[in-house]
Design a protein around this ligand. Structure first.
Ligand code: PLP
Length: 396
């Protein structure tokens, strides 16, 4: 390792800013006391605009998957017809949770690397009018694809107006705009270790008024994940069970940093980092895995070329301080992923591309030194509108 700290560029857990790290090491407090109540209120108020909702949000001590499970078990009953739209491994997981709890799940399986097609969704909802809920993944971390949730939700609202729309935005929310109320989405789940720049351990879940009402009649079993208990306790400034206080401190601090930066600046930064990642990887000769029309703004997946020994290449990256994620499930060994969400700067992305460039040259790939770094930098500048594509091309 030739760096003091690695350049952690996996799509979560994301790197922590210094003040968030410090926040996590603070002394414990009484989770039934006024300090905790004030902190919880700050977090719930501060996070709502990122969901785009005025409805109540619950914060549960659990991994993101627990949040997905909470979404399912709170609004559904065994035997309910559910349409699981899967574009990758996290879409599969969402559908599996619903099936495990007894829902009658039909899946739309989209080819990995592609986004869900509103027309396909429309056709399926038209074919079977009995769906109680539709499961969607906002950002499919396993493939680097971001679904057009607004368009997909619009189809559901039009064709199956009574169906609930449950969205996994574990790795999207906070990094890109989301308008839950305007789009007519019913439940949205996110996780502390992604855009919120905190350690893993908390899931934040927003539910529409329709979803809160559905919880009164839903009969899937739930105790720890009963969102009504969390909402009731939150109203009293508490959580029903002992929360991961250290992570709560961190999310509070992360949101403070996010407020200081401003949502628009955060979204622009993620867009620029995504553009730089894609341009840099392409300039290094890697084929991007995702359909470019739906490329994620929080994680970029690239295909491992046949002539590259990924294991030894990745070992070299790690030795040089760059930590990337490999492929998951059926994509193991076939793709690698560069995370750019949460606490991430253009400089860190350019640093990652530089490391990839050096390791590529060292591995004997035919790359002109500096070209990928320049491509990443130009893409970031273009994304910020600092240079126009024409001017950048002319200068290159
Ligand atoms: N959904 C998506 C889109 C994710 O990216 C992840 C984690 O990477 C999860 C769900 C699961 O979160 P966790 O690993 O915290 O259970």
């Amino acid at each position: 390792m030739d760096r003091f700290e690695p350049n952690l560029r996996i799509p979560g857990p994301t790197a922590l800013p210094p003040s968030v790290r410090e926040a996590g090491s603070r002394q414990m407090i009484n989770h039934r006391g006024p300090e905790f109540a004030a902190m919880l209120a700050r977090i719930l108020d501060g996070i709502k605009p990122y969901f785009g909702t005025t409805s109540d949000v619950a914060m549960i001590t659990t991994a993101g998957t627990g949040g997905l499970e909470a979404a399912v078990v709170n609004v559904l009953s065994p035997g309910d017809r559910v349409l699981g739209v899967s574009i990758g491994s996290f879409g599969d997981r969402f559908a599996k949770i619903a099936r495990t709890y007894g829902a009658d799940v039909t899946k739309i399986e989209v080819e990995w690397g592609q986004a869900a097609d509103p027309a396909t969704l429309r056709a399926e909802l038209g074919r079977d009018p009995g769906y109680k809920a539709v499961l969607l993944t906002h950002n499919e971390t396993s493939t680097g694809v971001m679904n057009p949730i607004r368009d997909l939700a619009a189809v559901v609202r039009e064709v199956a107006p009574d169906a609930l729309i449950l969205v996994d935005s574990v790795s999207g929310l906070g990094a890109v705009p989301f308008e839950m109320d305007t789009w007519g989405v019913d439940v949205v789940v996110t996780g502390s270790q992604k855009a919120w720049m905190s350690a893993p351990g908390l899931a934040m879940i927003a539910a529409s008024e329709r979803a809160w009402a559905a919880m009164e009649t839903a009969t899937m079993p739930r105790v720890y994940l009963d969102l009504r208990a969390h909402r009731e306790s939150h109203a009293a400034g508490q959580t029903p069970f002992t929360p991961a206080i250290a992570v709560v401190y961190q999310v509070d601090e992360g949101l403070r940093l996010m407020t200081a930066e401003g949502a628009d600046a955060i979204f622009a930064r993620h867009e620029a980092c995504a553009a730089a990642s894609r341009a840099g990887l392409e300039a290094l000769g890697f084929e991007l895995f995702a359909d470019p029309r739906h490329a994620s703004r929080t994680v970029t997946a690239a295909v491992v070329p046949d002539d590259l020994d990924w294991k030894s290449f990745n070992g070299e990256l790690k030795r040089r301080g760059l930590v990337l994620a490999g492929g998951q499930g059926k994509l193991t060994g076939k793709i690698f992923r560069l995370g750019h969400l949460g606490s991430v700067t253009i400089e860190e992305i350019i640093g990652a591309i530089r490391t990839l460039e050096i390791a590529s040259i060292a591995a004997g790939r035919s790359i002109r030194p500096g070209v990928a770094v320049a491509a990443a930098q130009v893409a970031a500048l273009e994304s910020y509108g600092i240079v126009t594509p024409t001017a950048a091309g002319a200068g290159a």
